[in-house]
Design a protein around this ligand. Structure first.
Ligand SMILES: Nc1ncnc2c1ncn2[C@@H]1O[C@H](COP(=O)(O)OP(=O)(O)OP(=O)(O)O)[C@@H](O)[C@H]1O
Ligand SMILES: [Mg+2]
Length: 271
């Protein structure tokens, strides 16, 4: 399945009426304030498509991302993985889910272990999942480095010895190590220097095409989202308030909040 280069329109993950509620610190013991981080979201992601999620800070983008990658169990609602309920306690499914869906975080400096060499960082997921032997893993590391445009010599150094943009390439390579179906990228360029943002964005977009990945691309910068996405979801206070192709959302925003977001956002990306 992971190796398939066929366009597969069936969703890899489907969320149905997913809610994630938190008890806020400001609430009292008997009258807790509830934060509705995600509040009734329906969402699908399939191979071969890039779905952008955009919305202001605190609207629930990262919470939605953690549900998608299986790090957060919803308060209510359903998470389907290849059409079947993704039940957390089932070890087999957890492993399959972990292989199929991977994540790239905002800040590669904290997402990568600073004491491991890049070789070890990229070998780690293969070892955890018991894939291949020493020789095939070494070959896979070479392939991954080439895929993300890093020199082979990067294998021997630690993340702090490469540039910020290169570190994010390492994080992307690690996310690709298990041949996933889906990559969830949560603000993957916001921690990077402006000069390398476009390169990393282009890399993600090329990889998506080359590997027929499904990609969930999260950003508060609507111009960046537009640049990479086939479909855009606008989130506002935990809900998806608008959904459509990039041109539908941009040329014909139906929601007042979307209009505001479009008017307010100068692009942080210079391309
Ligand atoms: N563990 C938690 N406990 C309480 N509230 C939480 C928790 N995690 C998230 N929240 C709240 O849920 C809401 C959504 O947070 P989330 O991080 O998903 O937003 P976001 O859209 O990713 O924001 P940003 O653009 O700043 O990254 C926020 O109001 C946040 O304070
Ligand atoms: Mg976030």
């Amino acid at each position: 399945m992971s190796q398939s280069m066929q366009q597969d329109s069936k969703p890899v993950i489907e969320l149905k009426d997913v809610k994630v509620y938190h008890r806020a610190r400001t609430g009292g013991l008997f009258r807790p304030n509830i934060v509705k981080a995600v509040d009734g979201v329906d969402f699908t992601i399939s191979r071969g498509e890039t779905v952008g999620i955009v919305g202001e800070s605190g609207c629930g983008k990262s919470t939605l991302a953690s549900v998608l990658v299986g790090l957060q169990t919803p308060t209510s609602g359903e998470v389907l993985f290849h059409g079947k309920p993704a039940i957390k306690r089932n070890a087999h499914m957890r492993k399959a889910f972990g292989r199929s869906v991977s994540v790239v975080f905002q800040d590669p400096a904290t997402a990568l272990n600073p004491r491991m060499t890049i070789q070890d960082i990229l070998t780690d997921p293969l070892q955890i999942h018991g894939i291949g032997n020493a020789a095939s893993r070494a070959a896979k590391v070479k392939e991954l480095l080439a895929l993300v445009g890093l020199p082979q010599s990067a294998a021997e150094v630690t993340p702090s010895q490469v540039s910020g943009g290169q570190r994010q390439r390492v994080a992307i390579a690690r996310a690709l190590a298990l041949d996933p179906d889906i990559i969830v990228a949560d603000e993957p360029t916001s921690a990077l220097d402006v000069s390398v943002r476009a390169q990393v964005l282009n890399l993600l977009s090329d990889l998506k095409t080359q590997l027929n990945l499904g990609m969930v691309f999260i950003s508060h910068d609507i111009q960046t989202v537009r640049y990479v996405s086939d479909r855009i979801c606008v989130m506002y206070f935990g809900k998806i308030v608008e959904q459509g192709t990039a041109s539908q959302v941009f040329d014909n925003p139906s929601n007042d909040y979307t209009k505001k977001l479009l008017g307010a956002a100068p692009s942080l990306l210079h391309i």
